[in-house]
Design a protein around this ligand. Structure first.
Ligand code: TXA
Ligand code: MG
Length: 327
C-alpha cells in the first residue's frame, strides 16, 4: 500500500515534502494535490520512472504526460523554441490551471511525451505541489492520478481507491479547489489552439493573447482526453434536462433498476448527489459526486448539467465524455 503523507490541508510540512521528493529522486511514483485534480508524479527526465506511470494507470504509452514545474522561469529549461505567445500565457496564468504545449526540451525524456516533439508544461497553483516541485528541483511528469479512462481524483482518498496498491506515496493536501483538469492550449503553430477546455476559460486566454483561439480538438489522437469516452464512472451516465428528472427517475423504478441523480436538480430522491447550478461550484464537486454515485452500485447515473458560469464549457466537455458510448 502507498505511504500516506501530508496534513490533509494546504499546510506544508517540510518533512513530508522531503520524503516525497526523495521518492521522486529514487524513480518512484508520488501522487500529489494540485488546484485542479490530484496528479501521479514521476521524474520527467527519466524513462524508467515515467514508465511506472503508464503501467500504474494502464495508460497507452503513446499518450503524452504533462510536465509540472516549480516556476514559470523554468520554461526554457523544459522546452525549446518558445514563442512570444507561450511567454505571454505563462506570465499571465502561472501558477494556475493552464497547460501550455511547446517544443520539448532535452530535460524531458522522450518517453514522457510518448515520443512527441512537443511537451505540455504547467506550474500548478497549490502550495503542496509547489513545495514538492521546488524541493525535488526537476520536472515532474503527472497525469491525473486515476486508472486510464476513469474519473479524475480530487482527494487523496480517491487516489488510494484507484491506485493505492500500485504507487509508492500519496501526499494528502485536502480537496482540489477547481475540480476539473487544466485548460490545454497548443502554441506550437501559427494560431493558438485549444486542445482541452479546463480551469481557465477560453475568453481569458483570448483576452491576454489579443486574438481568437482556434479549436484544436478535431484531430482525435492528439490528446487522449479528447477520446470520446473518458472521465467515465462504471455506471452508465445519461445527461438530462432538469425538467426531465422526475420522469427519468420514474423510468428506473418501472424497470426495477437503481437510478441515481447528480446535479442541480430540485428533486429530492434517496440516491441524489446535489451540486450547485453555477459551473464553478459544480466543477469543484463533480468528480467526488460521480465517484460516490458509483459506489452506490447504480445501474444509471442521471446527470443534470449546470446552466452558467466561467467553467461551463469545461464541465460540459467532461460530462459529454462521461456519457459517451464506452469503447
Ligand atoms: O489539471 C491537469 O492538467 C492535471 C493535473 C494533475 O495537472 N493533469 C492531467 O493530466 O489532467 P492527464 O494526463 O490526465 O491529461 C493530460 C492531457 C492528455 O489528454 C494528453 O494527451 C494531453 O494533456 N497532452 C499532454 N501533453 C501533450 C502534448 N505535448 N501535446 C498534446 N496534448 C498533450
Ligand atoms: Mg486524466
Amino acid at each position: 500500500m502507498a505511504e500516506l503523507l501530508g496534513t490533509g490541508s494546504s499546510t506544508v510540512r517540510q518533512s513530508d515534502i522531503d520524503r516525497a521528493a526523495e521518492a521522486l529522486a529514487d524513480g518512484k511514483l508520488v501522487a500529489f494535490p494540485t488546484e485542479t485534480v490530484y496528479g501521479l508524479g514521476a521524474d520527467a527526465g527519466r524513462a524508467d520512472a515515467v514508465a511506472g506511470i503508464f503501467e500504474a494507470k494502464g495508460r497507452p504509452t503513446g499518450h503524452p504526460l504533462i510536465v509540472h514545474m516549480a516556476d514559470g522561469a523554468d520554461l526554457d529549461r523544459f522546452s525549446s523554441g518558445v514563442s512570444a505567445m507561450a511567454r505571454k500565457l505563462a506570465d499571465a496564468f502561472w501558477p494556475g490551471p493552464l497547460t501550455i504545449v511547446v517544443g520539448r526540451g532535452d530535460a524531458v525524456a522522450a518517453e514522457t511525451v510518448g515520443g512527441m516533439s512537443t511537451v505540455g508544461l504547467r506550474v500548478p497553483d497549490h502550495p503542496v505541489a509547489l513545495a514538492l516541485l521546488r524541493t525535488f528541483g526537476g520536472g515532474v511528469a503527472a497525469p491525473s492520478a486515476n486508472r486510464f479512462g476513469s474519473v479524475s481524483p480530487t482527494t487523496a482518498q480517491h487516489v488510494l481507491d484507484d491506485l493505492g496498491d500500485r504507487i509508492d506515496v500519496v501526499l494528502d493536501g485536502g480537496s482540489s479547489a477547481i475540480g476539473v483538469e487544466s485548460t490545454i492550449v497548443d502554441v506550437t503553430g501559427a494560431e493558438p489552439a485549444l486542445l482541452r477546455p479546463g480551469g481557465i476559460a477560453e475568453v481569458e486566454l483570448e483576452a491576454v493573447l489579443g486574438r481568437p483561439i482556434v479549436d484544436g480538438r478535431t484531430s482525435g489522437a492528439k490528446a487522449p482526453g479528447l477520446l470520446v469516452s473518458h472521465y467515465a464512472p462504471a455506471a452508465e451516465v445519461v445527461l438530462i434536462e432538469p425538467d426531465r428528472a422526475g420522469a427519468a427517475l420514474a423510468e428506473g423504478v418501472d424497470q426495477g433498476k437503481r437510478f441515481g441523480i447528480v446535479g442541480p436538480s430540485p428533486m429530492s430522491h434517496d440516491l441524489s448527489w446535489p451540486l450547485p447550478d453555477d459551473a464553478n461550484g459544480y466543477a469543484a464537486g463533480l468528480y467526488a459526486a460521480l465517484r460516490s454515485a458509483d459506489r452506490a452500485g447504480l445501474d444509471r447515473i442521471l446527470v443534470v448539467p449546470p446552466s452558467s458560469g466561467p467553467l461551463l464549457s469545461a464541465v460540459l466537455d467532461r460530462l459529454t465524455k462521461a456519457a459517451a458510448p464506452r469503447a
